[in-house]
Ligand binder design. Sequence first.
Ligand code: AHG
Ligand code: MN
Ligand code: MN
Length: 349
Amino acid sequence: MAQAPESLELPLNNITDKGLDRDCTTLSRHVLQQLQSFSPDAQDLSALMNRIALAGKLIARRLSHSGLMEGVLGFTGEVNVQGESVKKMDVFANDVFIAVFKQSGLVCRLASEEMEKPYYIPENCPIGRYSLLYDPIDGSSNTDNNLSLGSIFAIRQQEGIDHGEATDLLSSNGRKQIAAGYILYGPSTMLIYTIGKGVHSFTLDPSLGEFILTEENIQIPAHGSIYSVNEGNFWQWDESIREYIRYVHRTEGYTARYSGAMVSDIHRILLQGGVFLYPGTLPNPEGKLRLLYESAPLAFVLEQAGGRATTGMVDILDVVPKKLHQRTPLIIGSPKDVAKVESFIQNGH
Ligand code: AHG
Ligand code: MN
Ligand code: MN
């Protein structure tokens, strides 16, 4: 009987335990491993992360075909509660999260920067103790140019009874987040998350339709060369921010990177170090970024990776919002670089 060619045998022989493990560490399994438990709470969190991953896959699939489909790109003609022109992808992605969590039975309330009021799922409320806060598409201006985009999410435990005003969200700070992270739609789709036990990244394997663990316990460098800010706003900033930018201009070793999507810029900084800034401006003293959907989730991730996030005066995770769509100035990244900006804001140098 003819022997099987050696090359056919090789792939099986070469599978090592490590390789097999790497191919099999899915997001839901990772959450359970992190919690070292199969308790109902652990199962909930694992299921919640799995639903976020499903939303990410649906959005990534749409984006990958967007140039080939009618009616996917461009503006809707509407203006959202933030006063920003809405893109069709913003609406699609917002609805994807709602659809995915309607079926989960776990989330009673979703709050997004695209919706004036939280979206309630009454049928989930008797058992649904969780709220999802999210920015469905971060970096909307990149959608029509096939450039990197993101989604940002946070999960909080609902506290007390909500009579339709979501008041519990307005009496707690970002340290109440039980999970947070982002999905980055780039050359590959990645999901980065924390449940308060370090920061871990997953990459979508389109052939499997699964997010597979790519890096565990990511640590941000203490200092990096990147500064990421929209310098077009230079003359609208406070003098202290202008002084900081003059400092990086005259100091060797800094390099500017700004993509128009903070998820993308902050992901680069998470891996390579540096600082991202969106300070207040003359017309908008609180800046542009939304505390509950953008700044607080990313602050949780960066702090868990050894980084920092501040308004310049107070840590982002300590800010208690006065309103749902509250904005905050944001300085986020490597601890030494954030401290440098902070020193310019607080001490003038
Ligand atoms: P969004 O698309 O959710 O409105 O967020 C865009 C944010 C952020 O991702 C980006 O860094 C920043 O706005 C860009 O704003 P500027 O064009 O004002 O720099
Ligand atoms: Mn955004
Ligand atoms: Mn957005």
